[in-house]
Design a protein around this ligand. Structure first.
Ligand SMILES: [Mn+2]
Length: 338
């Protein structure tokens, strides 16, 4: 167990919350395997150990890939979470990532945040009680430790849920440490068959996403910032997927933006080498800043972030992102000729 004391305090808190009535579990905007796997097992623990009534919701709706995961877990979203007496927010680095549920932080009801991004302490300060340690590689790993602490026996399905979260949050185990691997082994011992699980979860990319990714590559601009390459592009949808695609092509950082309602949405991705060498945190240093500067909001992780701006000029938003990255790195961006 990585943080015995933290997990002990979390267990006490969850028991206390459960005794007060209905508990609603919320993920970050759109969810991901870590937040959904953790929510599923956490909900089951609350029901079984403390007979809590549990609701569940993904702000701004899950993607089709995540729907396949939720179907496998038989995890349904609740119609409404407004009547809950307390909230548990899972894997969410900032209040803005709660989208339409940001209001729960002002509802006067108790909010507990379980996270492994240390930005949570600051961003949720005064808004809820944060149980967080960036020693953990995923929230699923925290829930694994919680299950061991309270003596909850994981079913094969629950083991799968935690496996998937840990697997994807460690970039397919490529950044997993020994303790994570020990837990992965324990989960497979409990009945996870990685091949079966991953074949089902990895739904093939549909044609529209492929077209979007290819178009973003065809329209890309390339900047050199010191020894790093930044690729920018514009797209009406699939910005995150396309940014990942541009990293695969060779960019160190990819920034893809498109029109969104009355403004612009921008997705940022960076490779691990860039994050480690420069110390830049895309969520904190770029997305949050650009959101603030341009009348919107932004946040995310060090290597993956998103911002919404009230600025309709998509190119202007992209250029400002590149400038900010240049400022952080301490080198002027130089546009490469096409
Ligand atoms: Mn996570």
């Amino acid at each position: 167990m990585r943080r015995k004391e933290l997990i002990g305090l979390l267990a006490n808190k969850l028991g206390e919350l459960s005794s007060k009535g209905t508990v609603a579990i919320l993920t970050h905007s759109g969810g991901d395997p870590d937040s959904i796997g953790a929510s599923y097992v956490l909900g089951n623990i609350l029901r079984s150990l403390w007979s809590a009534e549990v609701l569940f919701r993904v702000p701004s709706d899950p993607s089709s890939q995540l729907r396949a995961f939720m179907k496998r877990l038989s995890l349904d979203e609740s119609e409404s979470v407004e009547q809950a007496s307390a909230y548990v927010v899972v894997d969410c680095g900032s209040p803005e990532q709660l989208d339409e549920y940001m209001g729960i932080l002002e509802s006067g009801r108790e909010v507990v945040i379980i996270d492994h991004h240390s930005t949570s302490f600051e961003s949720f300060a005064g808004k809820g009680e944060v149980f967080c340690s960036d020693e953990y590689q995923s929230v699923c790993e925290m829930i694994f430790d919680l299950s061991q602490h309270v003596g909850y026996e994981l079913s094969p399905r629950e083991a799968e849920a935690l496996f998937a979260g840990i697997y994807y949050d460690t970039v397919r185990l490529s950044v997993a440490d020994q303790e994570t691997m020990r837990k992965i082994c324990h989960l497979t011992y409990l009945g996870v068959n990685p091949k079966d699980l991953l074949t089902e979860l990895e739904v093939k990319m549909d044609i529209s996403e492929r077209i979007a990714r290819l178009k973003s590559a065809a329209r890309m601009n390339i900047y050199r910032v010191g020894g790093w390459l930044i690729a920018t592009s514009t797209l009406g949808s699939f910005q995150s997927s396309s940014a990942r695609g541009l990293l695969n092509l060779g960019a160190h950082v990819a920034v893809v933006a498109g029109e969104y309602e009355e403004g612009t949405v921008v997705s940022l991705r960076a490779v691990k080498d860039f994050i480690e060498a420069t110390g830049v945190n895309l969520g904190r240093d770029i997305a949050a800043k650009i959101g603030e500067e341009m009348g919107g909001h932004g946040g995310g992780h060090s290597s993956a972030a998103r911002a919404y701006c009230m600025e309709k000029d998509v190119e202007k938003v992209l250029l400002r992102c590149v400038e900010l990255i240049g400022e952080m790195v301490g080198a002027p961006p130089e546009k490469l000729k096409p």
